[in-house]
Write a protein that binds this ligand. Structure first.
Ligand SMILES: O=c1ccn([C@H]2C[C@H](O)[C@@H](COP(=O)(O)OP(=O)(O)OP(=O)(O)O)O2)c(=O)[nH]1
Ligand SMILES: [Mg+2]
Length: 141
């Protein structure tokens, strides 16, 4: 997949953390402080060109999420036609400041196929057993 490094040539590209990892770990390009309860948009220093028919999802790393540092819009959507810097919207759910240093792995990028549909306007939809039941209609436990 094509990647453009925005600033430094010694920049470490996102990489898979294990042989079977679904996501590549994204690194912060900057030092930044995440204030308690607030979001911060954090640059990763890369621009990418997704293969046709694919999107990328930005997801939290569980190790950080378990300590209250999450991707606010997880999964963030990177469109196939986006050519800007990949940015990670982090939120600090804790009551303390959290420091991110340049090079820290802050999120993960999962590349996934996209399905697109076209609308067909109708008057009725096929019946199902569920019908309009939702929001816990099958029970909560
Ligand atoms: O976490 C994210 C989410 C989005 N983007 C970039 C890539 C994506 O293709 C573009 C638009 O994202 P989205 O469609 O989620 O945001 P929007 O609020 O609908 O903005 P737009 O009007 O630009 O589509 O912003 C990021 O860099 N990080
Ligand atoms: Mg959009």
């Amino acid at each position: 997949m094509k990647v453009k490094i925005i600033n430094s040539s010694s920049f470490e590209l996102p990489s898979y953390g294990s042989a079977g990892a679904a996501g590549m770990d994204l690194r912060s390009e900057v030092d930044v402080v995440l204030w308690p309860g607030l979001t911060e948009v954090v640059g990763t220093g890369i621009r990418i060109q997704l293969p046709k028919g694919y999107e990328a999802q930005i997801r939290s790393r569980s190790g950080l999420a378990s300590r209250g540092i999450c991707v606010a819009n997880s999964p963030g959507t990177i469109d196939e036609d986006y050519r800007g810097e990949i940015k990670v919207i982090l939120i600090n759910h804790t009551n303390r400041c959290h420091k991110v240093f340049a090079g820290d792995r802050i999120a993960q990028l999962v590349v996934a196929p996209v399905t697109r549909v076209e609308w067909v306007k109708v008057e009725t939809l096929d019946d199902t057993e569920r019908a309009a039941g939702g929001l816990g209609s099958t029970g909560v436990r």
